[in-house]
Design a protein around this ligand. Structure first.
Ligand code: SF4
Length: 369
């Protein structure tokens, strides 16, 4: 790298092999000392799927002191919920339920969907209904949530335009690399999304936490920079963030990709199709049963194990048991995949039943904005 910091591309397929490098390169802090400060650490916290943070202490203090705070996230409405968007959604729901003083802000990033994927606003508005139904089915409390489409929220668009005076092309290039201008504009609007809960209309300024995947850090860095630049005008508190690991694609690449449908699970997949995907997924197994018995498998390299660890098995003891049986060579991949396929199918059946019942509520929630 010749001493230069690498560029993480939030719109690309950044592969991050060593998360600890992000501590050194970008100043993300380890989550380790803070996990025990949460009254009921989530599955993602307990298992260190969330591995890092910035300024999370402010949120922990707000919870302790019964002070208001916001948790903010969003989705680019380009398709159905997948495991990555499920993870972010569950994280905001977790923070929302940690305190009666917490509010959730959820942006439907339709400006970004247009800039990055060319999806017209009318089309992304329909996709958003399905996305919000997923969010409600996962447990979002709509009474303490603000869900909106970027293109319909004038305050966000105004903030984005104002922030364009606070950046130069070289700054954006240093953070994101050379991109088409629409992506820079949508990045500035996204800064508006993150800072929106701190406007007076929303009872701000107040601490905000943004749960993101490790590849989204450039947006957080830009936002923190602009929050500090515009502090005198708005009184912004620098927003914090939590960072989660990126789930591997079922076929083993760093990130799930829409180009290869068997590489990712959608929450709308039929349990049968999802089962088939799990059965075809990459494992950390050995070439032969004999070798597996002798040497054990490698769960650290196994996408099937990752599905249970990240998403589908809540019981920590069960995950530990799978790990130990795998490394000791007691567990074979065929049966293990079938077992995981059942966990996935059970989750999907229940989720899809709930989601259906939330479609009208999702439409209503979005029509308010
Ligand atoms: Fe993965 Fe299970 Fe095979 Fe171990 S036994 S490598 S956890 S599929």
């Amino acid at each position: 790298m010749g001493g230069k910091r690498p560029i993480i591309d939030p719109w690309g397929t950044t592969r991050i092999d060593d998360y600890s490098k992000l501590f050194k390169e970008f100043g993300i802090e380890s989550i380790e000392p803070l996990v025990s400060k949460f009254p009921h650490p989530s599955r993602y916290l307990r298992r260190r799927v969330i591995f890092g943070h910035r300024d999370l202490q402010r949120i922990i203090e707000a919870i302790r002191d019964g002070q208001p705070f916001a948790v903010m996230s969003g989705i680019k409405p380009t398709g159905e919920f997948h495991l990555g968007t499920k993870m972010t959604a569950e994280e905001i729901i977790y923070f929302q339920h940690l305190s009666p003083k917490a509010v959730a802000s959820y942006a439907i990033a339709d400006v970004e969907a247009y800039a990055d994927n060319g999806i017209p606003f009318e089309e992304s508005a329909e996709i958003a209904v399905a996305n919000v139904a997923d969010l409600l089915a996962l447990g979002l409390d709509p009474k303490r949530a603000y869900v909106y489409r970027q293109s319909a929220e004038i305050r966000v668009l105004k903030l984005g335009s104002m922030f364009s005076r606070g950046v130069t092309y070289s700054m954006l290039k240093a953070i994101y690399g050379v991109k088409q201008f629409g992506l820079y504009i949508s990045a500035l609007i996204q800064v508006g999304d993150i800072l929106l809960p701190q406007l007076k209309d929303f009872g701000g300024p107040k601490p905000v936490v943004v749960p993101v995947g490790a590849d989204q850090d450039p947006h957080i860095r830009l936002t923190r920079d602009l929050a500090s630049k515009y502090h005198d005008q708005f009184g912004f508190i620098i927003p914090g963030a939590t960072y989660h690991k990126l789930i591997h694609s079922l076929t083993g690449e760093a990130k799930m990709s829409k180009r290869t449908p068997m590489s990712y699970l959608l929450l709308s997949d039929t349990p049968e199709l999802a089962g088939e995907k799990v059965l075809n997924a990459l494992t950390g197994g050995r070439e032969t049963v004999e070798k597996q018995r002798k040497l054990g498998g490698v769960p650290e390299k196994c996408v099937v194990y990752e599905l249970g660890l990240f998403h589908f098995i809540d019981d920590d003891d069960k995950v530990r048991q799978i790990y130990e049986e795998c490394v000791k060579g007691i567990r074979m991949c065929g049966e293990c995949k079938c077992e995981h396929a059942e966990y996935v199918a059970r989750f999907l059946k229940e989720h899809q039943r709930k989601r259906k019942s939330f479609i009208d509520a999702a439409r209503k929630l979005l029509s308010q904005k």
